[in-house]
Design a protein around this ligand. Structure first.
Ligand SMILES: Nc1ncnc2c1ncn2[C@@H]1O[C@H](COP(=O)(O)OP(=O)(O)OP(=O)(O)O)[C@@H](O)[C@H]1O
Length: 577
């Protein structure tokens, strides 16, 4: 995958590895003290992920901090994203950091159960933690009932409830482990008995009854299968309709949905099983996470030191939000929050971003678009098609880029996926459903959600109208899809859903129509430099001012931003029209 900074990218060609072009704003974030929750907001391609990872590299490199790679966790939205962050950090020489998708962090369970959006949303709410806590307490209380007699090997063993009560109280007060609790019980019952073998066996039977091993999956399945248990645990905090939404028939397959995974994690936590913790945690694409997912991530932080990354203009799914308050409310609060924004778009060339930015007034009216710092190699290609010819056009565009050695994302809504897969297969092209490594497929077929946080040399976005229609925050999803490419973008779909392509201009020399479907004109050539005045005093004064401006630019901005600053300067000093 070529990245900004390759020869195809004229503006950053000189920069290569972007350590040479780290902006002041990025640098400040990288060096933010670890004793904080750093929140990085910024538009697509503003370098949020890379800045967060540079922060990890900096934290690991600072000898005074004494942080080692296995003490750091980077969480992202997908396996593909985790692979991207791993590749980047390992490329900088930092191996051993844990990289995971959010689901990969949670207990393993058979998922895939279809679920209505309102149920997914309900299961993500923080009050589910209270419901689970109460349900587990009641579950335990039922198990703590002491039987007056036990039957062991056909013999009846009478038990002394007072002795057993004492053991339960001591075990609880000392937070004894399962093994210690069993030993305590054995020692208490065996004292002074005539038949120690029988009593020891009885103690084990009783221990299994009093403290059965907690299996979160069994517990949750039984809880959801019982309206009575749910109503009891709800304790009036859930309406009947909400309880109805949670109830399901016992034994249904697959047993769980993705929204159940954070609930299993919560149940394990309440029952005393704690996950591995880390001294620094990076959470990327945090704008989409549910409160229950955020709780699960917080649990993995040993001290509250976090880097939280996201973009509210790309917030979609059941937890789509417009500001950070609700995210931060569910993260550890022992360290101060430092909220920063990145403003310069490094990934997306101007030509592509101008197109994507048209969505912003609808997708996220309060969000300031980033300032792009790059010119792209080509205008976006707008390809109106009829449904019958759609897949062929999509695959042809992807195949052309792949043949030129570019990584390509085909980002398509679910209803077009089968037809595109069929054509990819027929043409025996190298393609996959997760971005390849150096040896992997050049073409990646993704849903708009799966494309989050990823970047490619080229993107073919299919049926933008469907993408908008298929999600309550469809404009944001389309905005995310349009902002994945570092160089080339194709929009393929129904003519009424595409931006207007300018009329192809005739080339007078050849008599042929010029390349169609550009959405904006190429940049005008730079005007020739103005002549210096002859007066030596004036020349010296001009030189002095120019030198002072040059020093200010050198000291404050990276080279690709100089033209932006000069344009702004001209705007500032131009007389009002
Ligand atoms: N200062 C810089 N100079 C040059 N390239 C940069 C700079 N900062 C970031 N980049 C490049 O810009 C691209 C986008 O960066 P990154 O993926 O971190 O953006 P992002 O803000 O996380 O985007 P998204 O919101 O889409 O996930 C990457 O290829 C990255 O290497």
């Amino acid at each position: 995958m070529s990245r900004p900074g390759t020869p195809e990218d004229p503006l950053l060609a000189a920069a290569g590895d972007w350590s040479a072009t780290i902006g002041d704003a990025q640098d400040e974030l990288i060096r933010t003290a670890p004793e904080s929750v750093l929140i990085i907001q910024g538009g697509p391609g503003t370098g949020k992920t890379d800045t967060a990872l540079r922060r990890v590299a900096w934290l690991l490199d600072e000898p005074d901090l004494g942080l080692s790679a296995p003490e750091v966790l980077v969480v992202g939205p997908s396996h593909a994203f985790a692979r991207r962050t791993r590749t980047l950090l390992e490329g900088w020489g930092h191996e051993g950091v844990a990289h995971s998708s959010i689901d990969g962090l949670l207990p393993k369970a058979v998922t895939g159960r279809p679920e209505a959006p309102h149920v997914t949303r309900l299961k993500g709410e923080a009050r589910m933690a209270g419901l689970l806590g109460r349900a587990i307490e009641k579950h335990r209380a039922q198990q703590g009932v002491i039987p007056p007699v036990l039957s062991v090997r056909g013999r009846v063993v009478r038990l002394d409830p007072a002795t057993i009560e004492r053991v339960i109280t001591t075990a609880k007060a000392s937070e004894a482990t399962a093994g210690d609790r069993r030993r305590l019980l054995r020692a208490a019952l065996v004292a002074g008995t005539q038949d120690p073998r029988l009593i020891l066996e009885a103690a084990d039977v009783l221990a299994d009854r009093l403290w059965p091993e907690f299996e979160a999956a069994t517990f949750l399945a039984e809880l959801f299968a019982s309206r009575e248990k749910l109503t009891e645990a709800a304790e009036g905090e859930f309406t009947e309709r909400e309880i109805d939404a949670l109830v399901r028939a016992p034994g249904e397959e697959p047993p769980f949905s993705e929204a159940d995974l954070p609930l299993l994690d919560e149940a394990e936590h309440v029952s005393g099983t704690e996950p591995q913790t880390y001294a620094h945690v990076v959470v990327d694409e945090a704008q989409d996470l549910s409160p229950m997912q955020l709780r699960a991530i917080s649990r993995r932080s040993s001290n509250g030191s976090l880097t939280v990354v996201g973009d509210m203009a790309q917030s979609t799914g059941p937890w789509a939000r417009d500001d950070w308050h609700d995210v931060l409310a569910h993260l550890p609060s022992q360290m101060p929050h430092v909220h920063r924004e990145l403003h310069f778009g490094y990934r997306i060339p101007r030509q592509i971003f101008e197109l994507a930015a048209e969505l912003l007034p609808t997708a996220a009216p309060s969000v300031q678009p980033p300032t792009t710092v790059r010119e792209g190699p080509a205008e976006p290609v707008i390809a109106p098609v009829e449904p019958s010819g759609r897949a062929a056009v999509v695959v042809a565009a992807a195949a052309d880029h792949a043949a030129d050695g570019r990584s390509v994302a085909v980002i398509c809504p679910a209803r077009c996926r089968d037809e595109i897969e069929a054509v990819l297969r027929t043409q025996e092209l190298p393609w996959g459903t997760a971005p390849g490594d150096d040896r992997g497929p050049a073409i990646t077929l993704l849903s708009p959600h799966e494309a989050k946080g990823l970047e490619f040399d080229a993107a073919v976005v299919v049926e933008p109208g469907f993408i908008v229609d298929d999600d309550p925050r469809g404009h944001r999803l389309l905005y995310t899809a349009l902002t994945r490419a570092t160089g080339h973008l194709h929009l393929v779909g129904a003519p009424e859903d595409l931006p207007m392509a300018p009329e192809p201009e005739s080339d007078p020399a050849s008599g042929e129509a010029a390349e169609p479907a550009s959405v904006s004109a190429p940049p005008a050539p730079a005007p020739p430099p103005l002549p210096m005045p002859d007066d030596p005093v004036l020349r010296e004064r001009i030189d002095m001012v120019a030198q002072s401006l040059a020093e200010t630019l050198l000291a404050n901005l990276t080279p690709e931003l100089w033209p932006v600053a000069l344009d702004r300067l001209i705007e500032l000093i131009s007389p009002d029209p």
